[in-house]
Design a protein around this ligand. Structure first.
Ligand code: FAD
Length: 303
């Protein structure tokens, strides 16, 4: 099923992100995670591509298993920074052959030490155009509520996001953020620029201070004062920090759902127990929002 069609039927759309294990680990470890995530009834699970040193060539295999063995819709991430069109087409054909209909089209980060090989792409929008022309996929792209770290102005970054949408993207998933107001202001700016496709809020539960420092230095996400206080107070008390991180993510999501965001994308870090605790905290809230959406669609005669 195309993810673009899920948005027209459901609110909130809930997705989880997993990453392929590194080559030296058996691939099966990720399936234990997927099995636990399946019980949480996600609308789809996305699989990263080479992010954080994870193995690129396992993305197709894992996405395919999620779809065909576990019966869950899936979104395969794909980067283009160091790719040729031929390499992309090979992957797209493999995805289609395995019934994977959804791709998150990304540029990727420059390789450490630079890249001297051949690339046919400069920006993610070039990949979006290529996928769109090649076959029928539902295409997602990355969006940055506080601007992409390489871009010197949020307005320019939004212009470039609009280019990605105009090239054929159907929906957006945001980079992690810890201050919901940043997302609300961002969405106002997107609306003013005529970007009205569904957007999923990317939420990362914080479980340790090192993890968050790394993420913040990579993404440039700002940290609200109440979040810093939690990090500082419990940084040497792992159990307390875990609880506080889960509570913070839960509170962030409840606020986002009350505000009416289209979907929540949980960066699970392959930790299904954390995802499970968050989803348990949310269950009545998720049901209430879903019920409201069904009634709205029913009134419009969609059912
Ligand atoms: P682009 O949209 O191409 O933007 C890259 C930079 O170029 C930005 O600064 C933008 O402002 C600028 N730009 C864009 N268009 C133009 C233009 N026409 N002229 C001038 N400047 C322009 N990385 C991975 O390696 N694997 C993953 O699986 C992965 N998954 C991700 C999932 C999500 C939800 C997110 C938010 C990010 C993910 N990333 C992943 C990280 C992503 O690859 C990096 O953030 C990367 O640096 C930018 O990718 P992009 O697709 O946003 O690039």
């Amino acid at each position: 099923m195309f993810i673009r069609d899920i948005f027209s039927k459901k609110n909130p759309v809930i997705s989880f992100e997993v990453f392929p294990p590194k080559r030296e680990f058996p691939i099966d470890v990720v399936y234990d995670t997927v099995e636990e995530l399946r019980d949480l009834d996600p609308d789809f699970i996305s699989v990263t591509y080479g992010a954080g040193g994870s193995s690129k060539d396992r993305t197709i295999e894992i996405a395919s298993e999620i779809k065909n063995k576990y019966g869950i819709e899936t979104l395969a991430h794909l980067t283009c920074y160091t790719s040729t069109r031929g390499e992309t087409e090979f992957i797209l054909k493999e995805l289609k052959r395995n019934n994977v209909d959804n791709v998150l089209a990304l540029r990727g980060d420059p390789p450490i030490g630079g890249f001297n090989g051949k690339s046919d792409y400069k920006y993610a929008k070039d990949l979006v155009s290529h996928i769109k022309a090649f076959d029928d996929f539902s295409i997602g792209v990355a969006a940055y509520p506080e601007g992409h770290i390489e871009c010197d102005s949020l307005d320019k970054d939004i212009e470039y996001l609009k280019e990605k949408m105009c090239c054929g993207a159907d929906f957006m998933i945001t980079q992690l953020f810890f201050d919901n107001e940043k997302l609300y202001m961002y969405m106002d700016r997107l609306a003013k620029k005529g970007i009205d496709a569904p957007i999923m809020a990317g939420i990362m539960p914080v479980l340790n201070k090192n993890q968050i420092q790394k993420m913040v230095s990579l993404s440039g996400a700002s940290l609200p004062r109440k979040f810093i206080r939690i990090l500082e107070k419990y940084e040497h008390k792992p159990k307390a920090l875990r609880k506080a991180g889960i509570a913070y993510a839960t509170e962030q999501i409840i606020d986002l759902l009350s505000w009416g965001v289209d979907g929540i994308h949980l960066y699970t870090m392959n930790k299904p127990k954390v995802a499970s605790e968050i989803m348990k905290n949310l269950s009545e809230v998720r049901d209430a929002v879903t019920e409201e959406k069904y009634m709205e669609l029913d009134d419009k005669g969609a059912y």
